[in-house]
Design a protein around this ligand. Structure first.
Ligand SMILES: Cc1cc2nc3c(=O)[nH]c(=O)nc-3n(C[C@H](O)[C@H](O)[C@H](O)COP(=O)(O)OP(=O)(O)OC[C@H]3O[C@@H](n4cnc5c(N)ncnc54)[C@H](O)[C@@H]3O)c2cc1C
Length: 627
């Protein structure tokens, strides 16, 4: 006999991982009455793998989450133990913030935030079934025999659905090490007409720092002037913990090979597809046989802990082989270990079954977010959670969906890729997936997204005000650089010291700044005339100065990308009727008919991005629709 709670919620969020936390917070902050049900309520946003947030393309996603009013950036800032801006030697489109974090504090900080949200309630249990009436999700049933009712349901189950852990020849059920898996739910969802498949991921062993000899490794410290993720003024780090760099060797590889015949990966016990770009060490040895060493980053798991994460040594080989091999790595001779690395297989739901608001096409009001959509990574999961949380409540309010374009956000690229292209291996974000990289910089995420988020009721007025004030300042700096000039007498001493070609006649400051070697902050600090010009603008922060400089230096690229985005964006305005019968359009290629019938694009723009649909198919479609 199931107990039915009287309360009816707007949104039920299943799962307290990165996706579930952002989803619950977003809808609660927009005013929804939310219930979060998770198997373990002492363990929010657990970092199942590396104790780190951000990195290439992922750092951009975190800045976007923050700009939209999510919490991943704030929590990362409050719990970071090291910060680095990656790719500074490349152009600004590639700069990517990354932090090392205290794993335990990260989860505690999330708990503090969630518990401070008035509209959010909690229940610790395992959801086993979705309650559906007339093809609409109306609630969930749980393992403890409860029924909860709501207008929408968001599933964010991560790696837990029929999770199966592999270490060598051992196999056991689990959602991640030390935690139960979730059975029943996948088959229930399959019965609703939503198909599932299997994927796999893996994690390395953890070592006892007291047993490592760091003097044999290369220290990697954080940035001298550490930054942060949030556009709000979170505190910057005053002290940091270092990571260490070391390498595997031919000897290490030989030992690992001894375990191949007991490897679940090579003997076919693991059926799910793993992340190609984050391979296990045994995969790397197989695929890159000519390489006799691979880099390992040794990352502390927190401020005070002795536990270290061995980045680059993910493995599901038998534990004796993992330990024996790693002890041959410089610094690990006497290493002791907390636990071996392992692989996990789990169910996911191919994301081409979703609409752009992350709601399933088969069951109305049922939303899916995070790893269960075939992605990998905390940031990708958190971004989807945020968007599902927003859209679930917009659906409740009968308001239009909140969908970001590919030219507006990496989050737009992520969701468009998932829905339009689907994925058969764990999807992670890369800068190369985005065609408008110079528009989607980490520094301007607030400019791109905060006002939009405010309009749908998430980002608060203070956030909006801050962004508008910031960009007013930046505009005035830009205008000043465009208007004011410097004479040879005023600027040549500066150029001479830096061995740059000097000028013969008066020149706009903007033209000087367009030289790659010239930095605005340097001009401001060293050229009196320019400093005097700036006085009239009031206080300008370093961030504002850097932003103005980027805009000036990269203006032509930015304008070019904007032009292309506007042109192609027009195709996204041409709607395709949802019940379109592609099989009736005989001049489409067979492949196009098959793909279009399966993916059912909402717009010509989306159809254009489906692989296998050619430009001539698009012309046929446009003519057919009379556009
Ligand atoms: C072994 C391992 C290795 C990984 N390696 C990498 C890597 O190398 N790189 C990388 O980027 N990412 C890696 N990840 C993935 C990363 O951990 C996930 O991408 C991220 O945690 C996904 O977030 P999520 O919110 O979707 O799910 P999770 O963080 O997995 O959270 C799922 C939540 O749902 C709850 N839950 C599940 N089922 C139910 C249910 N039926 N009822 C109630 N609650 C439920 C769980 O208790 C948990 O709170 C790895 C994960 C694992 C487990």
């Amino acid at each position: 006999m199931r107990a039915r709670l009287k309360d009816k919620f707007d949104v039920i969020v299943v799962g307290g991982g990165h996706a579930g936390c952002e989803a619950a917070a977003a809808s609660a902050n927009m005013g929804a009455k939310v219930l979060m049900i998770s198997m373990n309520l002492t363990n929010f946003a657990q970092m199942s793998c590396n104790p780190s947030i951000g990195g290439i393309a992922k750092g951009q996603i975190v800045r976007e989450i923050d700009a939209l009013g999510g919490y991943t950036g704030i929590v990362a800032d409050k719990t970071m133990i090291q910060f680095r801006m990656l790719n500074l030697s490349k152009g600004p489109a590639m700069w990517s913030p990354r932090s090392q974090n205290d794993r335990v504090l990260y989860s505690v900080e999330w708990r503090n935030i969630l518990e401070s949200l008035e509209n959010l309630e909690f229940w610790q249990d395992t959801v086993t079934e979705i309650i559906v009436k007339k093809q609409k999700a109306v609630g969930v049933k749980t393992y403890m025999g409860m029924e909860f009712y709501s207008k929408t349901v968001i599933l964010a189950n991560g790696t837990f659905l029929n999770g199966l852990i592999h270490i060598g020849t051992k196999q056991f059920a689990g959602g991640r090490i030390g935690e139960r898996n979730s059975t029943n739910l996948t088959s229930n969802i399959n019965k609703l007409g939503i198909s599932s498949s299997r994927m796999k991921t893996g994690t390395p062993l953890r070592a006892d720092g007291r047993s490592l000899d760091f003097s044999l490794m290369t220290e990697q410290a954080g940035d001298v002037n550490p930054g942060n993720f949030s556009f709000l003024s979170t505190k910057k780090l005053k002290k940091q913990r270092s990571c260490y760099l070391t390498y595997t060797s031919a000897e290490v590889h030989d030992i690992l090979k001894q375990g191949f015949e007991r490897s679940p990966l090579f003997t076919g016990r693991i059926k799910g597809r793993g992340p190609r770009y984050c391979p296990s060490i045994e995969d790397k040895i197989e695929r890159f046989a000519s390489k006799d060493k691979h880099q390992l980053f040794i990352e502390p798991e927190g401020w005070n802990t002795i536990e270290y994460y061995v980045n680059g040594f993910s493995s599901s080989l038998p534990e004796d082989i993992q330990f024996k091999a790693l002890r041959k790595v410089a610094g690990f001779k006497n290493a002791k270990f907390f636990r071996p690395g392992y692989a996990i297989e789990y169910d996911y739901f191919p994301p081409s079954q979703l609409n752009f608001n992350l709601e399933t096409r088969q069951i109305e009001n049922l939303f899916l977010a995070g790893q269960i959509n075939g992605t990998t990574g905390y940031e990708e999961a958190a971004a989807q959670g945020l968007m599902a949380g927003i859209n679930a409540f917009l659906k409740v309010q009968e308001k239009p969906a909140f969908v970001l374009k590919r030219s507006e956000a990496y989050i737009g690229v992520l969701i468009d890729d998932l829905i339009t292209k689907g994925t058969e291996e764990p999807y992670r974000m890369f800068t190369s997936r985005a065609e408008y990289r110079i528009l989607l910089r980490q520094d301007n995420a607030d400019f791109r997204l905060t006002v939009k988020s405010h309009e749908i009721g998430l980002a608060g007025p203070a956030r909006k005000k801050k962004v508008l004030a910031k960009y007013r300042k930046i505009n005035s700096v830009e205008a000043l650089l465009k208007k004011e000039s410097v004479t040879p007498e005023e600027i040549n001493p500066f150029l001479k010291v830096r061995e740059l070609s000097m000028i013969q006649q008066k020149i706009k400051i903007e033209t000087i700044l367009q030289r790659p070697q010239v930095r605005l902050i340097d001009l401001y600090n060293n050229v009196e005339k320019i400093r005097d010009n700036f006085m009239a603008l009031g206080k300008i922060s370093t961030d504002e100065m850097e932003e103005a400089e980027l805009i000036v230096k990269y203006r032509s690229y930015i304008n070019k990308e904007k032009e292309v985005a506007d042109k192609l964006g027009k195709f996204d305005e041409y709607q395709i009727p949802p019940l379109m019968n592609y099989n009736a359009i005989l001049s489409l290629s067979n492949e196009a008919r098959e793909k279009l019938s399966k993916i059912r694009p909402e717009t010509i723009g989306q159809a254009l991005r489906i692989s296998g649909v050619s430009p001539s198919d698009i012309s046929v479609l446009i003519v057919f629709l009379g556009k």
